[in-house]
Design a protein around this ligand. Structure first.
Ligand code: F6P
Length: 546
């Protein structure tokens, strides 16, 4: 592919940028009563309103042309066909296969991987059934009441987020716990509440070599062995991994291992056996509904023309905001307490996937790629950092995620929650001019001099781009659709930016140095590094001694 910024479609977009950004969003709405209708889209259960972005029909047409010039449709086809689109690790990225129905077929070589997927799903189903019915007994003959998923990154964030999001669907009676951090307090705080005889540990690690996970797993096993014998481990430890040798070296019987495959990226793995903790909490039929929801979005993504393709449109709005409008910061603002872990989940999905600067030919790109992703649930964020989004100097774009119905609704709460979410999108779009601020204060009885003094402080620039995703409810199916929507958005953006969304070499260096520093600290050998690093190590040894 040519350099992205030299494509005529890119240049066209750049030429639109000034006019679009110099036209206020509010004037765009004032001049076109149908604007909301023209710039919204629906797929599955998800409605997207992207009208509060600096786009017009020409810009959208150009963005779709850009996607075609970057071969997005061909890349979508390549992903679904199992081509080795993860070009630095030389393998396919086939999370879509994890939610495909049994009658589908996807061959890697001569092998139909959909059958493998369903074989493991059936194994999970049997296991969930045994645990739920209390037929899987702990070493003292008791039913399992608590599960602890030990994993980090993609082996934690997805399950944690989904288990929290689907609290209303917790149906097995099993209490879920998650330990990810190597900071011992997380493990100990969890273990302190548990009975070894009724606890099942799920060691979740694609590679089964991750330092934090293995350290936590060993400590959990030591804790367990204070009350039980080695042969009891098989009743209380299972593994989810692609690495059978390492699982068995840890001491877990591979009969108690739930397999997945190297064509599943860690941050795309919640649909695989990595979702075991989800299935044990919400039950297998809800877990299957989650997969079904994702499959609905997959089919939409695979078949819909770009112009009516929800993930592609969301991706292109992101490209427009990042590369042309100048938003290098993107906030995820779900108006649902149960989506409290979604921003953290999307941080990994987006930033580990597209936080890159080397293109397919090995050259550094001369354009921005993934923006900084962050966020918090509404309305909490409103009382913390929205000040900066409204009046601060950084220019921030945002996704508002609204859920119409809540199973927990107390009269008024839900209306209030949604009213706040919608109001924020209006306020960020419209803003308030100095004159309007002054007039408002005069109306409130403030004297003219004071009103003039305060008006600049009480004015809002507005013009902040936001997109709103509206879901009727938060169910396994709609959540599946929502997550798959973001996965595909990331893929489309990675395709346009011409980077590999499926590797994560950027985490290597820190891991390697941590290993070296750990061994230097153990040997009290603190001469190997730069003066700052040596000093910090010395300081640690000093503090630790004290
Ligand atoms: O350090 C990053 C990472 O490799 C993620 O991509 C991955 O999700 C996480 O670590 C955990 O890896 P594993 O499942 O192999 O333990």
């Amino acid at each position: 592919m040519n350099n992205l910024t030299q494509l005529p479609e890119w240049e066209q977009l750049a030429s639109h940028q000034k006019t679009a950004c110099n036209t206020t969003l509010s004037s765009m709405f004032d001049n076109d009563p149908d604007r909301a209708k023209s710039f919204s889209l629906e797929a599955g259960n998800i409605f997207l309103d992207y009208s509060k972005n600096h786009v017009n029909k020409d810009i959208m047409a150009n963005l779709f042309r850009l996607a075609r010039a970057c071969h997005v449709p061909e890349h979508i086809f390549a992903m679904f066909s199992g081509e080795k689109i993860n070009f630095t690790e030389n393998r396919p990225a086939l999370h879509v296969a994890l939610r495909a129905p049994l009658h589908d077929s996807l061959r890697l070589g001569k092998h139909n991987i959909i059958q493998d997927v369903h074989h493991i799903l059936n194994k999970i189903e049997k296991f969930v059934d045994l645990i739920e019915k209390g037929q899987w007994k702990g070493f003292q003959g008791d039913k399992i009441t608590d599960i602890v998923n030990i994993g980090i990154g993609g082996s934690d964030l997805g399950p944690v987020m989904v288990v929290e999001a689907l609290k209303a669907y917790h149906s097995t009676g099993i209490r879920p716990h998650f330990v990810s951090n190597v900071d011992a307090c997380q493990l100990l705080d969890t273990l302190n509440t548990l009975n070894p005889g009724t606890t099942l540990f799920i060691i979740s690690s694609k590679t089964f070599t991750t330092q934090e996970t293995l350290t936590n797993a060993h400590s959990a096993r030591d804790w367990f062995l204070q009350s039980a014998n080695k042969e009891d481990i098989r009743k209380h430890f299972v593994a989810v991994s692609t690495n059978a040798d390492a699982v068995s070296a840890f001491g877990i019987d591979t009969d108690n291992m739930f397999e997945f495959w190297d064509w599943v990226g860690g941050r795309y793995s919640l649909w695989s056996a990595i979702g075991l903790s989800i299935a044990l909490t919400i039950g297998m039929s809800n877990f299957r509904s989650l997969l079904k929801g994702a499959h609905v979005m997959d089919e939409h993504f695979r078949t819909a023309p770009l112009e009516s393709n929800l993930p592609a449109t969301l991706a292109l709005i992101g490209i427009w905001n990042t590369n042309f409008v100048g938003a290098k910061n993107h906030a995820i603002l779900p108006y649902s307490q149960h989506l409290s872990r979604l921003p953290a989940y999307l941080q990994q999905l987006e930033m580990e996937s597209n936080g890159k600067r080397t293109n397919q030919s090995g050259h550094y790109v001369n354009y921005s790629t993934c923006p900084i992703i962050w966020g918090e649930v509404g309305t909490n964020g409103q009382h913390a950092f929205y000040q900066l989004i409204h009046q601060g100097t950084p220019f921030i774009s945002a996704d508002f995620i609204l859920i119409a119905q809540s199973p927990y609704s107390i009269k008024m709460h839900q209306d209030m929650l949604i009213a706040n979410g919608i109001a924020q999108t209006e306020a960020l779009m419209r803003g308030r001019s100095v004159q309007e601020a002054e007039a408002l204060m005069l109306k409130e009885g403030v004297d003219l001099q004071e009103a003039k003094r305060l008006a600049p402080h009480r004015s809002f620039p507005g013009n902040r781009p936001t997109s709103t995703l509206f879901l009727p409810e938060l169910s396994p199916e709609t959540l599946g659709e929502l997550i798959a929507l973001y996965e595909h958005k990331v893929f489309v953006q990675g395709t346009i930016w011409n980077i590999n969304s499926f590797d994560q070499w950027g985490v290597e260096l820190g891991k390697k140095l941590a290993g070296q520093i750990l061994s230097d600290l153990r040997d009290k050998n603190i001469r190997n590094h730069d003066s700052s690093t040596n000093h910090l190590m010395e300081r640690y040894l000093k503090f630790r001694k004290n």
